[in-house]
Design a binder for this molecule. Structure first.
Ligand SMILES: Cc1cc2nc3c(=O)[nH]c(=O)nc-3n(C[C@H](O)[C@H](O)[C@H](O)COP(=O)(O)OP(=O)(O)OC[C@H]3O[C@@H](n4cnc5c(N)ncnc54)[C@H](O)[C@@H]3O)c2cc1C
Length: 495
């Protein structure tokens, strides 16, 4: 137990909340300030007309990472949440009219694979097993620790790299194994979970396919927001002081030390260390007013490649829809053009691929009896200006596609609730950089040289969340809290 230090955390997203638990458990006095009126950040929700909507994440993957974190705070993830393993896992609707449902029992997918490409199922099983092996090899070295090139000098990793380089390109790696376009799309779309074009992504990130097809996709009954509620409970029990509607406007830096923060109302709050969970651009360029204390300059922000934004529509529908499962995708034929357009900072996609979550297929408590909810997410480029006119034209395009491809007649007549969340909402609600939904993409450079979880210029200023190591998505953000926590402990015990 160390002497009682006071830590201020800026932002109550998953990164800030989980770091708060870890620090409080270690005996630190933790104060967390969140600008919005409730905690959770991008894991957000709203309730209206008897519908409950998760507004952000809908896929709970990598349960082992959540489990690891919960164990660190003496809780059991599998007991704390009412987890349902989804089956089917997802359904893909292709532009040519074919739709394919994938199941959690891997052997149930044999017929599908064989129909698409002869002898592909055996290759698929081998590929998934390879992803499993790679994942467990890299997890403890690279996910729970800051990237350190010494970690590459590991005999098992070297052997694996000689056999199958995990850092090669995802797209070419998959295309070396499979020929069928639909199989390739099925095994590559998960790179979008990391906000990255498969052509820029790494073979190792196919590890998500291990979770999708073998380990399992989960849903916590009541919605993904239950995860936030559990961590908030843990924090309350550990004595973390959490405040909402408290916008931090500046980090106080004096003689190279972060000595606290200034809130919007002018209140000065002093601390021994400051950790920012806000998007890194906002932290560095807005909260640090003296340029000499910024670790990343204008050039860095000009060069950085960021993940797409999103055009999201939440629909409450007045009847059940048969043709869909919990997780559904529509994939357009011209996949390459679509990927180009969602990174071009130029226009809305001409023929968009999109995703529809119908969580009410699994959880009837989140909708009024006999009704259905759609969460429609269309990846779009960050940095766009979208007018009201663009918005409604694009919406109509999506509804038309849904009617045609998902075989739903008169979608508009079923809608009793319609709400949007689009690019600028990411900026106003989360202080997101150019409206990115996720943060910097995971190409090889931005994975291996991702910003570290500690400022390069200010000794006791730390970062946590999807902009820093290891990266994007709920499990990675929890891992980032673990990395930041280890770094803080190391620094505190050094003194
Ligand atoms: C639409 C969408 C779908 C997603 N789907 C999935 C999915 O299916 N599965 C998955 O694993 N991940 C998914 N993700 C990614 C995942 O939600 C994020 O990676 C993760 O929640 C980010 O957590 P964070 O703590 O890094 O940041 P955030 O959640 O953004 O938290 C940062 C917090 O800081 C606050 N803040 C900012 N500035 C200030 C300030 N000046 N003062 C005080 N507070 C401030 C913000 O309000 C916010 O609450 C999705 C994300 C989105 C947006």
């Amino acid at each position: 137990m160390m002497s009682r230090k006071l830590a201020i955390i800026i932002g109550g997203g998953l990164g800030g909340l989980s770091l708060a638990s870890l620090l409080a458990k270690e005996g630190l006095d933790v104060y967390l300030f969140e600008k919005n009126n409730h905690l959770g950040g991008r894991i957000n929700f709203f309730q209206e007309k008897g519908y409950f909507f998760d507004m952000g994440p809908s896929w709970l993957l990598m349960d082992d990472i959540f489990d690891y974190f919960f164990k660190l705070v003496n809780k059991n993830f599998y007991e704390e949440l009412d987890l349902i393993k989804l089956d089917p896992i997802f359904k893909i609707f292709f532009e040519d009219g074919e739709s394919i449902t994938f199941y959690s029992d891997i052997s149930k997918n044999e017929e599908i694979f064989e129909k698409l490409e002869k002898n592909s199922f055996k290759k698929f099983v081998k590929y998934i097993n390879l992803m499993e092996e790679m994942y467990f090899l890299i997890r403890d070295k690279f996910i729970f620790n800051e990237i350190n090139f010494r970690n590459f000098f590991d005999l098992d990793l070297i052997k694996l790299m000689a056999k199958n380089n995990p850092f090669k390109n995802l797209d070419s790696g998959i295309k070396k194994i499979f020929n069928n376009e639909k199989i390739i799309k099925t095994l590559e779309f998960s790179s979008l979970f990391l906000g990255t074009d498969p052509k820029e992504s790494l073979f190792i990130f196919g590890l998500i396919n291990y979770f999708l097809f073998k380990r399992g996709v989960y849903y916590p009954k009541g919605g993904i927001y239950k995860i936030v509620e559990k961590i908030v409970d843990i924090n309350n029990n550990l004595g973390v002081n959490m405040y909402t509607n408290k916008n931090v406007k500046e980090i106080i830096i004096e003689n190279g030390r972060a000595n606290g923060v200034i809130l919007d109302d002018g209140e000065y709050l002093r601390s021994d260390l400051v950790i920012s969970n806000a998007d890194l651009y906002h932290t560095e360029m807005k909260l640090i007013t003296n340029k000499k204390y910024r670790s990343y300059n204008d050039q860095f922000w000009k060069k950085i490649k960021i993940a797409p934004s999103a055009f999201i529509i939440y629909l409450g529908l007045n009847e059940k829809i048969d043709n869909l499962v919990h997780h559904n995708f529509y994939f357009c034929d011209d996949w390459n053009l679509n990927f180009k357009e969602i990174f071009n900072h130029n226009n809305l996609p001409t023929n968009p691929s999109f995703y529809i979550s119908v969580a009410s297929k699994t959880d009837d408590m989140i909708v009024p009896k006999g009704k259905e909810q759609f969460f429609i997410l269309v990846p779009i480029s960050a940095g766009l200006k979208i007018t009201e006119n663009d918005k409604y034209l694009f919406r109509d395009k999506i509804y038309k596609k849904i009617e045609e491809k998902f075989n739903i007649s008169k979608l508009e007549s079923l809608i009793e609730l319609e709400k949007f969340f689009i690019l600028d909402d990411f900026i106003s609600l989360y202080n997101s950089f150019q409206g990115t939904a996720l943060g910097p993409i995971h190409n090889i450079y931005q994975t291996l040289f991702r910003p570290k979880n500690k400022s390069k210029k200010v000794n006791n200023l730390y970062y946590v969340g999807s902009y820093v190591q290891p990266g994007i998505g709920m499990p990675m953000v929890i891992a980032s809290a673990i990395i930041t926590y280890k770094r803080i402990l190391k620094d505190l015990t050094k003194k």
